[in-house]
Design a protein around this ligand. Structure first.
Ligand code: CA
Length: 237
């Protein structure tokens, strides 16, 4: 079987070694680049299945690399997982807008990175999606075909847009989505509404989830947007 190839762009040796050793142990071919420029020039001849990309790099930063990859002819679809510092909530929003597919905050556990890598590689392979069309998140179950959400077996009566919003948030628990991104995702590019529309719909979803006994799932991040609490945070609460 051909090994899947992962590029690691990271300037801190200790981190890139840790990632490389663990990815290789998990059966991947992992290459390290300590600068974004080096990786981008390698892309002329090499091809990769996934990119682990540090945000803070000497020279071109992660954001610049992300943008360059998205404009690259053969690599525009390359799944990108950003490595960011814990405090940079805004960076996560920006990374998402610039085309990153996921992010991991430093300091991270290797198991978490491996899980994200596997999830991205699965998503990148057509036909490998969950054939049942069901998304599970703790006690929440979302059925894509029926467009129905259940909480511990109780149906949650969501409107079309509310469902779409919750679906978006559920795809990446922990990610911060700006109101603008949510508007674009759920209402579409041409929609000329206000970001207040998003707030109103989020308020409705919260109310409906509370009615079936689920509180505090969707968090407001001041000045940034909304995110779904991760299961780890739920467990800690
Ligand atoms: Ca760095």
């Amino acid at each position: 079987m051909i090994k899947q190839r992962i590029a690691i762009v990271e300037d801190e040796d200790a981190i890139s070694r840790l990632l490389q050793i663990n990815l290789q142990a998990a059966g991947y071919d992992a290459r390290v680049y300590d600068r974004g420029e080096t990786f981008l020039s390698a892309l002329k001849t090499e091809s990769y299945d996934l990119l682990l990309l540090d945000w803070m790099l000497p020279g071109m930063d992660g954001l610049g690399v992300c943008r360059a990859v998205r404009q690259h002819k053969r690599a525009e679809q390359l799944p990108i997982i950003m490595l960011t510092a814990k405090s940079d909530e805004i960076d996560k929003v920006l990374g998402l807008e610039m085309g990153a597919d996921d992010y991991v905050t430093k300091p991270f556990g290797v198991r978490e990175v491996l899980a994200r890598v596997r999830a991205q590689l699965r998503r990148a392979q057509p036909g490998q999606e969950d054939p049942t069309g069901v998304l599970r998140y703790g006690d929440i179950l979302l059925d894509e075909r029926q467009r129905q959400v259940w909480l511990s077996g109780k149906g949650v009566d969501l409107s079309y847009k509310e469902y779409e919003l919750l679906h978006t948030l559920l795809e990446h628990p922990g990610w911060v989505y700006s109101r603008e991104v949510l508007l674009e995702r759920v209402w579409g590019y041409e929609f000329e509404g206000e970001t207040r529309t998003v707030d109103m719909h989020i308020a409705n979803i919260r109310k409906k989830l509370e009615e079936v006994g689920h509180k505090g799932l969707i968090q407001t991040i001041r000045g940034a947007g909304y995110r779904l609490k991760t299961l780890e945070e739920e467990a800690d609460a």
